[in-house]
Write a protein that binds this ligand. Structure first.
Ligand code: ATP
Length: 947
């Protein structure tokens, strides 16, 4: 296929016309454009299209924005110019100074570069480079292009500041920050244009964006109806990506490219990047694959490379080719027209940022040197510089899906006081597994699975490990070893003694209470310090989870048939089954994927913990099966599935407010039990709506203990753990600093509360504020509760109750764990809000039977009975007031607790969550922290009656 050049004439003849007038004298004018629909022929000319091949990569991360992208002229930390004077590369220095250095053949670019002016980003075209000035946020250019003069491009728009700049062959465009501009009749209106095409596309764009352009045939101010997130310049055209609906929009001269008429109007992109005569984008859907549009080129001395099917995190466009950064390994793939004389992408390189010239591409190596490297045809060589791998934006913390890049030399701060956020990689190369997830602190890491090595890299990595192990063994033989051994023995003894002493002190502090079966729960003060009995294993009632055979469970689930599946998790499928005795169960079957070790670990953690834990609002484990490669856990069947399905799935009846808050209270109780009454506390680490299951009577159970850990007894001594959990629910303190305390569960629970109130997912990219916390908390703080209430339900009469719950939620998601309330306080606050939602808490008549509201004791009993029927070895102490059930010998003790007992003690909580409410005003109205403070006598009375 050919590029058809009709208009404009060759650049040379244009140059003479423009030279006489002087390019900067071209008057700024407003431009209006019409988009015409693609003809059938034009549609056939798509030379880039998304491949239909399947990728096995799973995307776990949700990206908000990709801003390390650089196209022919998009803004990046590095930029490459090309043209008659040869190629040059300019980059922002990797020392945090934001100063620019240039190397290459074009002396006007290399020597014209301002050496004392800091820039936030760079872009380049034919013979020129421009930077966005850090201070004034105006573009500043240098080089020898007659259309782009040295200095700030003229004419300037008074008071305009820009967020992004982007250069084509002979023009520069800049996207204005916060345009306070009112659209006039001649403005570009993407909405009008799309409508005129009679497309089903009816998205109404409300904000307008202003793009100022300078240079050949481009000097104009462009008013674009719709909020542009980014711009990218092709040879003689420009494109933008709308923030809201993530569609692309192009304007300018499409002669020879067709990029305007061929825009894929229904495709949504994470990022787009223009080349000379084409545009490529990373799709939101289709596993982040690439879709390109434009025209093909067929020349004698080159070949066409097809678009790879890999997931990409960013792309850049050259004259007739594009290159992308692969998400799985940060390697580079290039496609499109490649000259015969081109050198290929250097083998095995990993890069952090890319920039494309006309027939070449450069990238910043992901190594300590951060050196640029180029490939293709006629690229700049000898680049003795280290380039910043990205642009600094004003975020203090990186959004989800990004990690803060740190220079290996810890003295170098690339973005002081902000962070340099780079997009997380996702998926791992085949034969590898993800050993660490992407966190704020670092990108995700992949490791080789040495038990199934098939590649030379794997063998060499694994043999290195074996070699290291052998070396360690050999060192045993040396005499030094004996000295070392002696020292080690002494040290270990000292440490052990200290540890024993420490554990003893902790256990005392923790005051794990043990069994006191005759205690009257209504009157007993249940503060942990009141009962100090160390766990006596003989006294514990042991009920082990039953061991099932694989055959039994296979029969129960009809051979694990597809129709029995009630849910799927990341590493497991859950089947409904019926045991021989007629008990309906849920069987969780681990998917024995590549990550065998992880599966097995989660299986044992869950098995271990659940056979020790017992609470009415924790999911009961009935048994397990571990045969060959199979790992199966058997639970009570929860007839109403997960809370997530009710809130976001296709369950017909939305949960009403009372049900929602009841579920919140019950889940809070389950978590409170883990934190407050298990000693040491259990940290769940994966609280989310899909792990809150609902039984046939709509009671909630906390499930999925695969990630749980035994935590520190108090929140002042955090565990240092690598983050695990689910994005959107992860405590930022844990995520970034690896501090894990029970307050991490409190954060996740706060997110879950926001989900219950709003009906929105924790992360939902349908919305601009995709993160529920970032969206809801400012609205709650501004008192705009109506804006977050689930639009599928009528607002409750008792808005005060919702206000309280929203306040509790916003406290739970505070950045600092220390400032979040304990689960005990959260439960108390929620219980009161529930009371308020259902009637006056000052009413001395109980308004609800406790079983209807919380059904805990009944459930507990039922579960215990059912389980004991099944397990001959189990025994249950079932007392009217207090029930204890211990399933396995453990140094963790779990006294049962009731709400009223807890409430009695809640005044002594040392969380310092704020002032107490000393009196009842206007029903339950109190200021500030009142919702989660100890109850007033009236409230106490009400709560004792009802819970
Ligand atoms: N005991 C049960 N009774 C009924 N349905 C269940 C039960 N346990 C799990 N499910 C269903 O199966 C789904 C998957 O559960 P699972 O614990 O495997 O994964 P998850 O928590 O949703 O996801 P992930 O493993 O990624 O954290 C749940 O969301 C729920 O809908």
């Amino acid at each position: 296929m050919k590029i058809h050049r009709r208009n404009p004439p060759p650049f040379e003849s244009q140059l003479s016309v423009m030279n006489t007038k002087g390019p900067t004298r071209e008057r700024r004018r407003r431009r209006s454009y019409t988009l015409s629909g693609p003809t059938a022929r034009e549609r056939r000319t798509h030379f880039f299209s998304i491949s239909n091949l399947h990728s096995l990569l799973l995307l776990f991360l949700v990206f908000y924005e990709f801003r390390q992208v650089s196209g022919l002229g998009s803004m990046s930390s590095l930029a490459v110019s090309y043209g008659e004077n040869g190629p040059s590369l300019c980059g922002l220095n990797a020392d945090g100074s934001h100063l620019v250095s240039c190397y290459g053949s074009d002396t006007s670019v290399v020597y014209g570069a301002p050496f004392r002016i800091p820039f936030s980003g760079l872009t380049a075209g034919d013979g020129f480079v421009c930077g966005l000035l850090m201070e004034s946020k105006q573009p500043y250019c240098w080089g020898n292009n007659v259309y782009i003069q040295m200095g700030v491009p003229q004419p300037t728009a008074p008071m305009a500041s820009y967020s992004e700049i982007s250069a084509g062959d002979h023009h520069l465009c800049a996207l204005r920050e916060n345009p306070s501009h009112v659209l006039n009749g001649s403005s570009i209106s993407s909405f009008q244009s799309f409508e005129s095409l009679n497309l089903s596309f009816s998205y109404r764009l409300e904000r307008s964006s202003i793009v100022d352009c300078w240079g050949y045939n481009m000097t104009a101010t462009h008013d674009i109806q719709g909020d542009l997130r980014s711009i990218t310049a092709g040879s003689v055209f420009n494109c933008g990506l709308f923030r809201e609906n993530k569609t692309a929009f192009c304007w300018g001269d499409e002669t020879g490219s067709g990029v305007i008429s061929l825009i894929p109007k229904n495709s949504r992109f994470r990022t787009i990047s223009a080349g000379g005569f084409h545009v490529c984008g990373v799709l939101m859907a289709s596993l982040s694959r690439v879709l390109c549009w434009g025209r093909s080129l067929s020349l004698d001395n080159g070949k066409m490379e097809s678009i790879p099917t890999d997931s990409m995190i960013s792309i850049v466009g050259g004259r007739f080719h594009s290159c992308g950064l692969r998400a799985r390994d940060k390697g580079v793939s290039c496609w499109g027209f490649i000259l015969d004389t081109s050198t290929p992408v250097p083998a095995n390189i990993r890069v952090l940022a890319l920039a494309a010239g006309d027939y070449f591409t450069c990238g910043v190596l992901a190594s300590a040197t951060l050196q640029p490297v180029c490939w293709g045809s006629s690229f700049p060589t000898n680049l003795p510089m280290a380039v910043s791998p990205g642009i600094c934006y004003s975020e203090k913390t990186c959004s989800t899906g990004f990690y803060a890049f740190r220079h290996e030399n810890s003295d170098i701060d690339l973005c002081k006081p902000n962070k340099l956020c780079l997009p997380c990689s996702h998926g791992c190369p085949s034969g590898m597994y993800q050993s660490f997830p992407c966190t704020e602190a670092s990108d995700r890491r992949c490791g080789f699975n040495c038990s199934i090595c098939s590649s030379p890299e794997c063998f060499s990595a694994c043999s290195f490990q074996i070699h290291e192990r052998n070396r360690a063994l050999l060192s045993l033989k040396s005499p030094v070893f004996f000295i070392e051994l002696a020292i080690a023995v002494v040290l270990v003894s000292i440490v052990s003694l200290l540890a024993v002493a420490y554990v003893r002190i902790k256990l005392q502090r923790c005051n794990c209470s043990a069994i006191e079966p005759k205690t009257n729960t209504k009157t007993c003060s249940f503060r942990k310090e009141s009962i100090k009995i160390s766990p006596d294993l003989d006294e514990l009632k042991i009920r082990r989870a039953q061991a099932f055979s694989y055959e039994e469970l296979e029969r129960a689930t009809g051979g694990f048939k597809e129709e029995s599946i009630v849910g799927k998790g990341s590493f497991s499928s859950v089947f409904k089954g019926v045991l021989k005795d007629g008990t309906v169960v849920a069987v969780k079957r681990a998917i024995m994927a590549s990550d065998v070790k992880k599966n097995s670990k989660e299986f044992h953690t869950e098995l271990d913990l659940l056979s020790r834990l017992n609470h009415a609002h924790l999911l009961n484990l009935l048994g397990y099966c571990e045969e060959g490669g199979e790992r199966l856990l058997v639970y009570e069947y929860m007839a109403h599935g997960s809370l997530h399905e009710h809130l976001h799935g296709n369950r017909k009846e939305p949960l009403n407010w009372v049900r929602r808050v009841t579920i919140a209270v019950q889940a809070a109780r389950g978590i409170e039990y883990l934190h407050g009454y298990a000693c040491p506390p259990v940290i769940h680490r994966d609280i989310k709506s899909s792990n809150i299951l609902i039984d046939e009577e709509f009671n909630a159970r906390v499930a999925d203990f695969g990630l749980s850990l035994l935590g520190p007894a108090d929140s002042n001594s955090p565990l240092s753990e690598l983050p695990a959990g689910t994005l959107g629910y992860l405590d930022p303190e844990y995520y970034r600093l690896h501090y894990l305390t029970t307050k991490s569960d409190v954060y996740s629970f706060g997110v879950l509360l926001l989900e219950l109130i709003s009906g929105r997912k924790a992360i939902d990219m349908k919305f601009e504020d995709g993160n529920i916390v970032e969206w809801a908390v400012p609205l709650i703080k501004a008192g705009n509760l109506n804006a977050i209430l689930d639009p599928n339900l009528r607002p409750p009469v008792e808005m005060e109750a919702m206000r309280r719950i929203a306040n509790i939620a916003s406290r739970c998601v505070r950045m600092r764990g220390r400032e979040r309330p304990s689960m005990e306080k959260v439960t108390t606050g929620l219980e009161r809000a529930l009371a308020l939602l259902m009637g006056s808490p000052c009413n001395e008549q109980p308004i609800l039977p406790s079983e209807v509201v919380l059904g805990s004791s009944r459930l507990h009993k039922k579960a215990s009975q059912r389980s004991s029927n099944r397990s001959g070895s189990s025994e249950t102490i079932d007392n009217e007031d207090q029930r204890f059930e211990f399933r396995a010998p453990s140094w963790i003790t779990f006294p049962s607790v009731t709400s009223s007992q807890r409430r009695k003690s809640s005044g002594s909580d040392g969380d310092g969550d704020g002032k107490n409410c000393s009196e009842v005003r206007d029903g339950l109205r109190c200021l500030d922290e009142e919702e989660i403070a100890p109850a007033s006598p009236q409230q106490e009375l009400f709560l004792q009656h009802n819970f």
